[in-house]
Design a protein. Sequence first.
Length: 277
Amino acid sequence: MKKSFNKKLCSALVISVLSTIGMSSNVLADEEHNDDIYAPMPKNAGYFDVAFGVGIGESVLKTEDDDVYLNIHPRFGYRWDNLFLETGKLGQRGVGIGYNFYENNNWEIDALLHMSHPQISDEDNDALKGIREREGDGRLGLRATRYFDNAQLRFIVSPKSVSHGDDGVYAGVWYGKQWRYNDWDLHANLGAEYFSEEILEHFYGTDPLLDGEGFAAYTADSGVVLSAQVGASYDITENWRFELYANLAKVPDAIADSPLTDDDMQNAVGFNFVYRF
């Protein structure tokens, strides 16, 4: 009953955010607003804020956890000339350390150290009790970003893992667009991520001798994860901001068929109050 209720609430919040963005489709973006999430980071400048919020979501992993979660998330970034450190703002993803070695008015190309997949463990998850920990996949690669007016197209190719021996290839592409409607910043983001066989085998392959007899032997293949996000944010005061978001991702059979998972869709909706320093 709880999951049915949460899915209905999830759908209602998604429809609400999508409707808000739909209202803005014929409205030009306001160039003066101060939170352009798809613009390049200026040199020798940065940002720092902390988000406090509540979300509802379902992971593809087997879980006995409650769907409702509290969120406390620091987000920061800084660029020293061509060297940068960044975490994702609303509408963006990941944590990265990199070096920009090419830029012009429309393009940036970076060498990037980033995380392509978080760790999987049985910590606080009784449904996965006894499995060996899969450490997160830190990777080294190249990132190219094409900037448009209030939009961004981004590519990443990462052929080298720095956290475990199974290199494989990770590649991703995302397109994000931002609008301005009255005092609201609105955005939508679509993405596709390719994980080679080596990466998905590291995370979703199982061996009863290593993961316990409750998990049948499984060998993962390569696959593509498709994702979408919509969001809206509003400045309450100079320092406080309100955010709404809805995320949806479809995982490939290589993940969905693993004994560690029980679904091929994951979703999250929620809101944050953000303090900006």
